[in-house]
Design a binder for this molecule. Structure first.
Ligand SMILES: NC(=O)c1ccc[n+]([C@@H]2O[C@H](COP(=O)([O-])OP(=O)(O)OC[C@H]3O[C@@H](n4cnc5c(N)ncnc54)[C@H](O)[C@@H]3O)[C@@H](O)[C@H]2O)c1
Length: 350
């Protein structure tokens, strides 16, 4: 039996604390240090009984962790991950993988050159609900996937934006939130060939968008739409509908993704699948609903357990840097489409 993997945490804010909450219950890993220059972090490290460092490079040198979770602000992700890779330390890197494709390409190259694995924190892919949805789509249960509707419409409280980096370039709804939905759409429906988009910051007036409408054409030929806003009193979002995180009161009867194909349809997170009893039936016959089952479990814990195996070299990362870079490329294509009014294709990753 391996001794617990010594994992350090870089960035002990909201997300870092969630990772710690799961890490402290894992037998196969243990927290060995915290690095974070913020005012709360030293107290956090003391409470968790691990050494504290303001600077992550000092921490890497002195503590020599076997793996690292990086949960600092978005615009530090790539430089921090590069520091870890240069020391040979595997990384669980929070999403987004980076904020610009140029820096992310550098990270893709470094991960390849060093052979040190990076798992990007698109944790929803680890959720058993999504695992089941993926199986259903790829087993052909929906026939040929044809139209996809995704919704991310909720209200963030004004207090969320009191933390400065959340109002500044390098943050924003697309990069912070819709990136999860776009990553899942890629995971479930395949790569996106091109997008059209309109974005607006009319409600909050910050540098970043608070509303977006996106049209997607997948390589498979399926067409999709994603509408998002963080400034509406609405129940349609993974956060409110899936029940994944209990801090969001659940709206369990509301869907956030609707996938429709020639042979059936699926609502997520309900995992309700519709189909006709006989081939060739149509709108005059009853459409039958089938409740698909799965065993609920915590995606963040499952991601962490997967990361321990990735760091030990037992499995490949479920979401590699190159894979996450494709989701970031999609975000960049959406921004370009919104700015130019043209249809744009996501950049190719080497
Ligand atoms: N997977 C998810 O569902 C999810 C959810 C929320 C946030 N996130 C991601 O997690 C990251 C952190 O978000 P958050 O909401 O926890 O933000 P936060 O502001 O609560 O926490 C960020 C932390 O990073 C620290 N920090 C700043 N500079 C640092 C540095 N140079 N080195 C180390 N630490 C530094 C800050 O002091 C703070 O404690 C973001 O990238 C965000 O996109 C992911």
């Amino acid at each position: 039996m391996n001794s617990p993997l010594r994992i350090a945490l870089i960035g002990a804010g909201n997300m870092g604390q969630q990772h710690y909450h799961h890490l402290k219950h894992l037998a196969e890993a243990t927290l060995c240090a915290v690095a974070d220059p913020g005012p709360q972090a030293a107290g956090m490290a003391a409470e968790w009984d691990v050494p504290y460092f303001a600077d992550h490079r000092q921490m890497l040198e002195q503590m020599q962790p076997e793996a690292v979770i990086v949960a600092n602000p978005n615009n530090l992700h790539v430089s921090t991950a590069l520091d870890c890779l240069s020391m040979g330390v595997p990384v669980l890197l929070e999403k987004p993988v980076g904020v610009h494709m140029d820096e992310v390409r550098e990270l893709v190259a470094a991960s390849k050159a060093t052979g040190v694995p990076v798992l990007v924190g698109h944790h929803r892919r680890h959720n058993p609900l999504i695992v089941r949805a993926h199986e259903l789509v790829h087993s052909g249960a929906l026939g040929r996937l044809t139209t996809v509707t995704a919704l991310w419409q909720l209200q963030k409280p004004d207090s969320y934006f009191e933390i400065p980096w959340r109002r500044e370039p390098g943050s924003g709804m697309l990069l912070t939130n819709l990136i999860h939905d776009l990553d899942l759409l890629r995971h479930l429906c395949g790569e996106v060939r091109q997008v059209q988009a309109i974005t607006s910051n009319a409600v909050r007036g910050f540098a970043n968008e608070d509303c977006a409408a996106v049209l997607l054409q997948f390589d498979s030929g399926a067409l999709g739409s994603l509408t998002g806003s963080d400034a509406v009193a609405a129940p349609w979002s993974w956060e409110l509908d899936s029940g994944e995180n209990p801090v969001y009161p659940r709206q369990s009867d509301q869907p956030c993704y609707l996938l429709a194909g020639t042979g059936g349809a699926l609502s997520i997170p309900q995992l309700k699948r519709w189909q006709y009893a006989e081939a060739g039936a149509g709108w005059h016959q009853p459409l039958l609903a089938v409740q698909e089952n799965f065993t609920a479990d915590e995606a963040l814990r499952l991601q962490l357990q997967h990361f321990v195996r990735v760091a030990r070299g037992e499995v490949e990362p479920l979401v590699s840097v190159a894979d996450a870079a494709r989701t970031l490329a999609l975000i960049e294509a959406i921004r370009e489409a919104a700015e130019t009014g043209r249809a744009c294709a996501p950049a190719l990753i080497g």
